[in-house]
Design a protein around this ligand. Structure first.
Ligand code: GLU
Length: 444
């Protein structure tokens, strides 16, 4: 066992490092092994070990009153992972499964992702073990206000700029920003993903999903292929999934699945733009959006249907972490899938990620492919700071350039495997170089 492996064992739970955080560190260490072997100065400066530990972790109590006037208590966190190349930046996630271990893993990945964008942003992640399911609008408001009443002192436009993530969308960002502004008495871009009525950017809502497809198009272009006529399976039915579907359909792909935690929506002849636009417009209006879509259109919803069983050329997981298992991977490869692009962060389980190295398939990790969201968040910050909003087309063009550039960095730094560039190693090496050089230059 080398010194990095020993370090990971010690810092992630001794003999049982099978946590998300432990698994992510191991994956990165393995992707970076060859690079570290040839870069003595990175090893001497302990770049990996120093990056493996977040700069700061903030944990706080979020107490709030529910609609029955009963006090509810949740835990909130902000993991400020790295400020090497810019202020901390990353989303907030509200979900009962949120815990510190997962947030540490996501914050670590966020620093790598943000470095790949080429923009001056550090990495962070945060959230709470709060379940928004079944909560009234007023309860969401009270929770967001209580959360921000604790968090505000740790953030700011030059310090840490949170944004949305799972279950934190336009409504929650509005409540969080409102509370921040009320407390600090300043209108400043300390939160991104805001409504365009008060400092939000064009394309921010679409950016992650569109960016995934722009990345995919760069990958296909290198193989002298396009999306035209390709069959695509997408999981999830939130912003990322629906905007990825829309962009893929506009590029003449046939998108045949979407999903939520309760079931699978299929359209074997391919969803139409009209159907995706209906889902986007009705996103928050139905108890089970996908089931309601079945009543509206000629599509099929099955609550017992397992994911990733349909044959496709391209799979785009856009739901949550660890959603694509080894079993799913085997099934996809068997059915002829040639490309998997992560729209969600850490979509593949650790086992699937290990196994994919030996498969004849392209794999694009989330930290590269889904960086479009945070990239446009950064353009939102710069529009806020300069009081100069940009128009839709200008931002969409920048998004395309950023995603092409991320693909280029991944491909240029990738190790070859099975005659294909291993884009996972490429993304890790490209980001690690940027962060490591900044770390060495800034001294211990
Ligand atoms: N939550 C998104 C991500 O995982 C966006 C973060 C941001 O805009 O700061 O990258």
């Amino acid at each position: 066992m080398n010194s990095i492996d020993t370090f990971i064992e010690q810092r992630t739970g001794g003999s049982n490092p099978q946590t998300s955080y432990g698994a992510v560190l191991k994956q990165e260490a393995s992707a970076l092994r060859g690079f570290l072997g040839q870069n003595d100065s990175f090893t001497r400066h302990k770049v990996f070990e120093r990056l493996a530990l977040p700069e700061r972790i903030i944990e706080f109590n979020v107490s709030w009153l529910d609609d029955q006037d009963v006090v509810q208590i949740n835990t909130g966190w902000r993991v400020q992972h790295s400020s090497l190349i810019g202020p901390y930046k990353g989303g907030l996630r509200f979900h009962p499964d949120v815990n510190l271990d997962t947030l540490k893993a996501l914050a670590f990945e966020q620093s790598f992702k943000n470095a790949l964008t080429g923009l001056p942003i550090g990495g962070a992640k945060g959230g709470a073990d709060f379940s928004p399911k079944g909560k009234s609008d007023t309860e969401i408001l009270r929770f967001c206000q209580a959360f921000m009443t604790e968090l505000y002192r740790h953030i700011g436009p030059a310090r840490d700029i949170p944004a949305g993530d799972i279950n934190v969308g336009l409504r929650e960002i509005g409540y969080l920003f409102g509370q921040y502004k009320r407390i600090v008495n300043q209108f400043e871009g300390a939160v991104t993903g805001k409504s365009r009525h008060f400092g939000g950017s064009h394309v921010r809502t679409e950016a992650t999903g569109f960016g995934v497809v722009y990345f995919l198009q760069s990958l296909l272009k290198e193989q002298e292929q396009t999306l035209e006529g390709k069959t695509v399976c997408i999981s999830g039915a939130g912003n990322v999934a629906l905007h990825a579907a829309l962009k893929a359909i506009q590029a003449q792909a046939k998108v045949i699945t979407l999903s939520n935690s309760r079931g699978l929506l299929t359209n074997e002849s391919g969803f139409t733009e009209e159907q995706i636009n209906w889902l986007l417009e009705n996103q928050y209006k139905h108890d089970n959006l996908l089931e309601s879509a079945e009543q509206e259109f000629d599509v099929n919803y099955r609550s017992d249907s397992p994911a990733w069983q349909m044959a496709c050329d391209i799979a785009i997981p856009c739901a949550t972490q660890n959603e694509l298992t080894l079993e799913h991977l085997e099934k996809l490869v068997e059915s002829g899938c040639q490309v998997i692009v992560e729209g969600s962060n850490m979509a593949l389980t650790d086992e699937a990620l290990q196994a994919i190295k030996d498969k004849d398939i392209y794999f694009a990790p989330g930290k590269a492919a889904n960086a479009g969201g945070v990239a446009i968040s950064t353009l939102e910050m710069s529009q806020n700071a300069t009081f100069s909003p940009l128009d839709y087309d200008a931002i969409d063009e920048q998004l395309q350039d950023i995603m092409q550039n991320i693909y280029r960095q991944c491909a240029d730094n990738a190790i070859e495997r099975n005659g294909k560039p291993d884009l996972h190693s490429g993304a890790s090496i490209a980001a690690f170089k940027i962060l490591g050089e900044a770390m060495i230059a800034q001294g211990v």
